[in-house]
Design a protein around this ligand. Structure first.
Ligand code: EPZ
Length: 417
């Protein structure tokens, strides 16, 4: 398994091009199950999770070509609507195929995704919504068996779940009648999915707001779509720039998708400049502590909580970080403390007291965003070397991160074991 070595302390300077959003690409690929003609996706990131979704859809008979950042997907020869455990267990987002399979084929058998490092991650909201649409849902041997036909309905989500909103929106595109999803998740990736589905012939309004209305149609054709920029990747690189007291510009980033996050960065004393599709940050006068509470969009994103914590480890003062979206998303704390951070955790709150500097150390990646936090911490450490093990976690969501950080002046390399 590869590891990443970092000798920190160098201020990161320069521009980094932000890739297409992982959390938009994955549901967009699943949505192509609904299309009766070929689809094209542009600005697709080259990530392990995208390869896993490719493998799952191909195993079900979809014809996929991945050239550069350009995907063509043709579902016309898809066979059995079955998503097997050995593929779904690798990536929770595989569960997003349930809604489209059920809508297109009238039935589906999809493995339950199981939990992961950040939480048990149940799918009850997905299943309750499908039952509201008239599906018969049962669970047998770890698989969800769902049978249609689907009929439009009014659904209110217990929690604005991103995946449940996406699964139900896709299922409702072919339901008989009108579906309204209330308390829907409002993430930009959901608006992106709604735009794509409408380009295929769906009739969706309100995607990206908390009330989504879908008028069912008989058929969806092919189409093409350009994936929105990855707001979490952009935020990660900007935090690395601030944590190293550098000056970093994220190119092809959409500041509108990061409003709460950028407001928090302003609170730390970071200088933020926004031009069209570029975001520049610098911290000429150091960084101050701020309190952070993660919330569903448009609140502070849970996917940037760990990386923000890493930056606050070297800010002046004490920050309180509350994680309200997942029940176990402080996996980075133990490793940051090993690097000299001063962090105390009590339930879903962490108190981070800034220290003058972190020290490099051998650390273990545990999940995608906790791993990114360790990279931010390693880059800011002014003494020693940080060796991050199990970097496959990082490769799931960041493309060639060591090359792109090196281009910003980081002393970082990947060691292939
Ligand atoms: C999506 O996961 C993202 N993944 C996650 O990003 C992100 O952290 C999350 O949304 C929240 O923004 C993709 O888009 C591929 P949820 P998802 O359903 O859909 C609970 C990353 O790092 N819940 O909004 O799985 C759940 O346990 C990943 O890129 C239920 O209780 O998230 C969690 O506590 C990590 N029952 C909360 O809701 C359900 O049926 C939010 O989960 C569904 C969810």
């Amino acid at each position: 398994m590869d590891r990443i070595l970092i000798r920190g302390g160098a201020p990161l300077r320069g521009q980094v091009h932000i890739r297409g959003s992982k959390n938009s690409t994955l549901p967009l690929m699943a949505a192509c199950i609904l299309a009766e003609a070929p689809c094209e996706l542009h600005n697709v990131p080259c990530l392990h999770d995208v390869f896993t979704m490719d493998k799952l859809l191909s195993a079900m008979g979809m014809t996929i070509e991945f050239t550069g950042r350009y995907l063509t997907l043709d579902a016309s020869d898809m066979g059995e609507p079955l998503a097997p455990y050995d593929l779904v267990r690798k990536m929770r987002a595989s569960f997003f195929v349930l809604g489209p399979l059920l809508a297109r084929y009238g039935q589906a058998k999809v493995s339950l995704p199981g939990g992961c490092a950040i939480g048990t991650r149940p799918v009850d909201i997905h299943l309750k919504g499908l039952e509201a649409l008239g599906a018969h849902v049962s669970i047998e041997d770890g698989y969800v068996l769902a049978k249609g036909p689907l009929k439009g309905a009014d659904i209110t989500l217990d929690f604005p779940s991103v995946g449940a909103t996406e699964n139900l929106m896709m299922a409702a595109t072919r339901a008989d009648g009108v579906t309204r999803i209330s308390n829907a998740a409002r993430e930009p990736e959901i608006a992106d999915l709604g735009h794509f589905l409408n380009s295929l012939g769906a009739q969706i309004s309100g995607a990206g707001t908390d009330l989504i209305t879908i008028v069912g149609v008989d058929e969806l054709g092919g189409g093409q779509h350009t994936v929105i920029p990855d707001r979490v990747e952009a935020g990660t690189f900007l935090l690395a720039g601030l944590a190293t007291h550098g000056d970093v510009t994220a190119q092809n980033a959409n500041a509108d998708h990061l409003s709460s996050f950028l407001n928090k960065l302003r609170g730390t004393g970071g200088e933020i400049e926004i031009h069209a599709n570029r975001i520049r940050v610098a911290a000429p006068n150091g960084l101050r502590a701020v309190d952070v509470t993660t919330q569903p969009y448009p609140g502070f994103p849970t996917d940037l909580q760990a990386q923000m914590m890493a930056m606050l480890c070297v800010a002046e003062g004490a920050s309180v970080i509350k994680e309200t979206v997942f029940e176990n998303r402080f996996m980075q704390v133990g490793e940051l403390v090993r690097m000299g951070a001063d962090i105390e955790v009590d339930s879903n709150a962490a108190v981070v007291r800034g220290v003058n500097n972190l020290r490099g150390a051998p650390v273990m990646a545990s999940d995608l965003r906790a791993s990114a936090a360790l990279i931010v911490a390693g880059l800011s450490a002014t003494k020693g070397e940080t060796a991050i093990h199990r970097v496959y976690h990082i490769d799931r969501g960041y493309e060639r991160i060591e090359e792109r950080l090196s281009a910003l002046g980081a002393d970082i390399e990947r060691i292939q074991d």
